[in-house]
Ligand binder design. Structure first.
Ligand code: SF4
Length: 180
């Protein structure tokens, strides 16, 4: 059987979803026996590769780098899974949408709430250019599956990956993933 080419990435998130992925513990050895991890924050690959079967995307779209990266991922992935509540709904990352603009976000963060050295970062390129509104992944590119939770529990991640490894469709039912 062909090995699954698996990728994971994080955009505007806290990395907690990837911590939950690592909580798969010894099942990661079973995963490694059936899949190649071709891109991820947990390995040292700099460029998102071509011809990826499944990509788990943690985090929401909060800046222009995220937009560019997610469009590249879409072009190179057969299946995208919105991985965790920030990817699915915006969640914590989208809390800044209550502020009117990206300029207000920066002012609030670097000036109003600063306790020392208040001031906007002046170095060109030191911050990625923020987008005005944080969006969940599916509002920028189509996604095939949603894997909610903050973070999603390891068993739920496993249920989705096992279904995809077996060529089955994972689907949500009630508060858990059921096999289709
Ligand atoms: Fe962190 Fe929760 Fe967002 Fe995952 S869904 S990136 S755990 S805040």
């Amino acid at each position: 059987m062909a090995r699954l080419r698996l990728a994971t990435t994080w955009l505007g998130g806290c990395s907690g979803c990837h911590m939950s992925f690592l909580d798969l513990d010894e099942w990661l050895l079973e995963l490694a026996a059936r899949a190649d991890l071709v891109y991820s924050p947990v390995i040292d690959v700099k460029v998102f590769p071509q011809d990826v079967d499944v990509t788990l995307i943690e985090g929401a779209i909060a800046n222009e780098d995220h937009e560019h990266h997610v469009r590249l991922i879409r072009a190179r992935s057969r299946v995208i899974v919105s991985f965790g509540d920030c990817a699915v709904t915006g969640n914590v990352t989208a809390c800044r949408n209550s502020l009117a603009s990206k300029e207000e976000v920066l002012r609030r963060s670097y000036v109003e709430l600063a306790t020392i050295n208040a001031g906007l970062p002046a170095e060109p390129g030191i911050l990625p250019a923020l987008v005005d509104r944080v969006r969940p992944v599916h509002q920028v590119v189509p996604v095939e599956f949603y894997l909610p939770g903050c973070p999603p529990p390891a068993e739920r991640i496993r249920a989705v990956l096992e279904a995809l490894l077996d060529g089955r469709q994972p689907h949500l039912e009630g508060q858990d993933i059921k096999f289709g």
